[in-house]
Design a protein around this ligand. Structure first.
Ligand SMILES: [Zn+2]
Length: 181
């Protein structure tokens, strides 16, 4: 059996439906861990996966783990792909921040979508620096991100971008990604 057949068999075995086309829609992404050394094997047998997803069946509560990102795509569902991408993007962003990479608001790590999902998930806390309203930090970063020419950012704006990334986004990502490991 190849990996795809293995995956389908594992998924169907824990689903309510016995038809792949129905069974595949019963699942949601519950969490994601990272194996930096990529020494883990997917439930389908694929070796050396890096992002280890746990998926949960909404009908019966069954869980399957670990599933690699390639196999998440095999479900052929945009919603699962979006959640999976969100986790992968966040791991990459966290490592860039931790490695002290000078990331500013580089499109390599940021997008409007990423900023919005960080805001929605509560990355920007209410602090005295944002007038006790986290949305101010989100809107500021968005405005800076949208700046056509980042060279025009003032030194103060640059410092504020860094401060928000280091003091708000970084701890949020650490808590969200590392506590789940
Ligand atoms: Zn797999």
């Amino acid at each position: 059996m190849n990996n795809l057949e293995n995956l389908k068999e594992r998924v169907i075995g824990m689903s309510k439906s016995t038809e792949w086309e129905v069974a595949k829609d019963e699942w949601e992404v519950e969490r994601c861990e990272e194996d930096k050394k990529a020494q883990t094997d997917c439930v389908c047998g694929k070796e050396n996966i890096k992002y280890l997803f746990t998926i949960r069946n909404k009908e019966n509560g069954n869980r399957l783990h670990p599933i690699g990102s390639t196999c998440i795509k095999k479900f052929g569902r945009n919603d699962l792909d979006e959640v999976a991408k969100k986790y992968v993007d966040r791991f990459k962003l966290l490592h860039a921040v931790e490695d002290g990479e000078f990331i500013e608001l580089s499109p390599k790590y940021f997008s409007r979508k990423i900023l919005l999902s960080l805001y929605k998930d509560g990355a920007f806390r209410d602090t005295k620096y944002n007038g006790y309203n986290g949305i101010n930090d989100y809107e500021f970063l968005l405005k800076m991100f949208n700046m056509r020419n980042k060279e025009n950012m003032t030194e103060g704006q640059r410092r504020k971008v860094s401060a928000i990334i280091l003091n708000e986004i970084k701890p949020f990502l650490k808590q969200e990604l590392e506590n789940k490991m």
